[in-house]
Write a protein that binds this ligand. Structure first.
Ligand SMILES: [Zn+2]
Length: 157
């Protein structure tokens, strides 16, 4: 169940962004860090009670993909695929972990936070396309009765 939700999220991201000509790609870790800093200084991030600073590092060359290490306020970004959307995906993991350490990795609350980050930092068209692809796969997004996440997200409007 959880795996299939993860696959739906990954597939929706790939369908929405793999060939998106407007997607931003970082040329360096430093550029990704600057973009992360803009997000972590935003009103949305503060309302989510995200950590004031998230350190961006490159993954080791043998790593398969980017990953968040939220307990260290760190993101390891795969510089073979350093897209802005992937950065937002990893930041959503950091935000959710700080709100509720028991929430599922790619569950409904995760997707809700990711959608808000995309809405806040990418274009309306990109947000619409992502929603369309999530809906096409029936990926779950919502609060799932999670009041911790709900209370934070209510503060962001
Ligand atoms: Zn993930």
């Amino acid at each position: 169940m959880r795996d299939s939700q993860q696959k739906k999220v990954y597939d929706a991201e790939a369908a929405a962004f793999a060939r998106d000509p407007d997607l931003v790609w970082f040329g360096s870790v430093r550029a990704a860090q600057r973009a992360a800093n803009e997000v972590t200084r935003s009103r949305l991030w503060k309302a989510l009670d995200g950590p004031a600073f998230v350190l961006i590092k490159a993954t080791r060359s043998d790593a398969k993909h980017s990953m968040a290490l939220p307990w260290r306020n760190e993101i390891l970004l795969d510089m073979k695929q350093p897209s802005y959307q992937i950065l937002l995906h990893e930041l959503a993991h950091v935000a959710l972990w700080n709100i509720d350490k028991r929430a599922a990795d790619h569950g409904p609350e995760f997707v809700l936070i990711l959608r808000r980050l995309i809405e806040d930092n990418m274009s309306v068209e990109q947000r619409i396309e992502f929603d369309k692809q999530l809906d096409a796969r029936r990926a779950k997004y919502g609060l799932n009765g999670n009041t911790k996440v709900q209370n934070k997200l209510c503060n962001t409007r």
